[in-house]
Design a protein around this ligand. Structure first.
Ligand SMILES: *[C@@H]1O[C@H](CO)[C@@H](O)[C@H](O)[C@H]1NC(C)=O
Ligand SMILES: *[C@@H]1O[C@H](CO)[C@@H](O)[C@H](O)[C@H]1NC(C)=O
Ligand SMILES: *[C@@H]1O[C@H](CO)[C@@H](O)[C@H](O)[C@H]1NC(C)=O
Ligand SMILES: *[C@@H]1O[C@H](CO)[C@@H](O)[C@H](O)[C@H]1NC(C)=O
Length: 182
């Protein structure tokens, strides 16, 4: 009995020791101030069958008949990113990836894409993914990684819908805040 008690004590002490040392090596989260910030605008012109010259995205899978909010529709895009909200401003990056609608009771999308920078200012990529709950004023998606100038970057991309023009064009403001930079 006594031996068992000593054993238990010993194990508890050991666990405590491990957890302390793990905590000691955990880096503090510097959430207050981003190490890099980019505010860019995303322009999505959906292919409607005739606008071949202007379209930058296309439906790759149609909506299902589940609910009234295009559940299951998948759009693949290669969209320009600009510094201001003019569609014809020179793009500073491209956004390449996809989104699909994934909610039965409202419009809600899921994004996964890469921002590709290839300019004198920035060269590299940022990979972004997460839920776009379109009914919210702003939505936070995760910046899960990066390459080149954005090597190993991590952070948050905050979406805000800037405009919606019919079914074929919408614009999002993306406020990209990186909290890990190397
Ligand atoms: C597609 O978009 C173009 C440009 O916005 C427009 O002129 C055309 O009428 C549209 N076509 C259809 C089928 O909606
Ligand atoms: C399509 O492109 C032309 C120029 O190439 C532009 O003037 C026009 O506004 C564009 N239309 C749409 C709906 O984006
Ligand atoms: C999607 O459905 C429309 C009719 O609702 C059809 O014209 C179109 O070809 C379909 N597209 C795909 C990719 O299946
Ligand atoms: C990046 O830009 C350079 C110079 O404009 C060009 O030669 C190169 O092909 C571009 N790379 C990509 C991946 O677009």
């Amino acid at each position: 009995m006594r031996i068992n008690l000593e054993k238990t004590c010993c194990i508890l002490f050991f666990l405590l020791f491990i957890s302390q040392s793990v905590l000691a090596y955990k880096r503090p989260i510097k959430s207050s101030k981003p190490c890099k910030r980019l505010v860019l605008y995303y322009h999505d012109i959906l292919f409607n069958g005739t606008n071949t010259g202007n379209a930058t995205s296309a439906r790759a899978a149609n909506a299902t008949k589940l609910g009234d909010f295009t559940f299951g529709m998948l759009v693949v895009f290669d969209d320009p990113m600009t510094k201001d909200h003019h569609l014809l401003s020179p793009p500073v990056a491209r956004a390449q990836g996809f989104y699909f609608y994934d909610m039965k009771s409202t419009y809600n999308a899921w994004f996964a894409y890469t921002l590709i920078f290839n300019s004198t200012k920035h060269k590299g990529t940022l990979n972004i993914m997460g839920a776009d709950m379109m009914m919210e004023e702003t939505r936070d998606l995760s910046v899960v990684g990066g390459t080149g100038d954005f090597f190993m970057a991590r952070g948050i991309a905050t979406f805000r819908t800037d405009t919606f023009q019919g079914a074929d064009y919408f614009r999002l403001q993306m406020d990209i805040k990186l909290y890990e930079c190397y």
